[in-house]
Design a protein around this ligand. Structure first.
Ligand code: AKG
Ligand code: FE2
Length: 253
């Protein structure tokens, strides 16, 4: 219905929802964020990208692919309108007061149907060619935001095999963990599988990809596990070490 869409008039006011942060791991830095996107923003993102998804890897942005980017999902870049700029601003403020907007790649939606997955990979580029200063350097941080989860969806979690599950989550021994009870973490996974975040609409996982010296942090390896029923749309927000060219970022719309 039309009430589902935000007005895209010049008097649009960017208001950030009262999201909450929950520390998962300090090394590597991993933070779980609840209510990062509003329902209206989620609907808007889907509306403006409808019919634009394709299977073509890293579409239109850096042209670079990390190794093991075996993804059966479809993706699309999000045109940067006032609502999207508001989400960008939120992601920048989250990371401090001095991260310029130009360090952001175009936001990217990733869509999975039943049986689709994204194999283990790092978001940072192991190939220095893809992380050259004129390309914006490497990917300093990632947000993966759950934009849509079809009712009855199973699977489709985001797994980090080298990140310990939050302390006291009771993996394998108890169901008392608040992380499990809240539905944020999949505690049915075996203890040695690291941590698996369940897709929950509006919530996000944030992590830092690079070590203090600038090298890639192998512990940020992760995968989009196969969706066993239903479907999921997620969104990547990638912040580079330096500015991304205007050509890659595209115009404001
Ligand atoms: O689908 C997921 O849970 C993760 C996707 C991902 O890692 C990516 O698009 O880079
Ligand atoms: Fe990723």
């Amino acid at each position: 219905s039309s009430s589902q869409q935000l007005p895209l008039t010049s008097d649009f006011v960017c208001e950030h929802p009262p999201y909450k942060v929950h520390l998962v791991s300090s090394s590597p830095l991993v933070i779980y964020i609840t209510n990062f996107l509003t329902d209206q923003e989620r609907a808007h993102l889907q509306e403006i990208t409808k019919d634009t998804f394709s299977h073509s890897g890293v579409q239109g942005s850096s042209g670079a692919k990390a190794i093991n980017r075996a993804r059966t999902s479809q993706s699309t870049n999000v045109p940067r309108d006032t609502v999207v700029r508001c989400i960008e601003e939120r992601a920048l403020l989250f990371q401090g007061l001095d991260t310029p907007r130009t360090h952001l790649e175009p936001l990217q939606l990733v869509k999975y149907g039943r049986g689709e997955h994204f194999h283990f990979h790092t978001d940072w580029f192991p190939n220095p060619e893809h992380a050259r200063p004129d390309a914006g350097g490497n990917r300093l941080s990632s947000f993966f935001v759950y934009v849509r989860v079809d009712p009855g969806t199973t699977g489709g979690g985001t797994n980090f095999p080298a990140v310990d599950a939050p302390a006291g989550n009771g993996n394998g021994s108890s169901s008392s963990s608040r992380w499990c009870e809240a539905g944020f973490v999949d505690c049915d996974e075996p203890w040695d599988a690291g941590v698996t975040f369940r897709p929950v609409e509006g919530n996000a996982v944030f992590w830092r990809n690079l070590l203090p010296g600038g090298g890639g942090d192998d512990r940020t390896l992760h995968a989009g596990l196969p969706v066993t029923s239903g479907g999921k749309i997620g969104m990547n927000i990638w912040t580079r070490e330096g500015p991304v060219s205007e050509k890659v970022r595209g115009p404001d719309v």
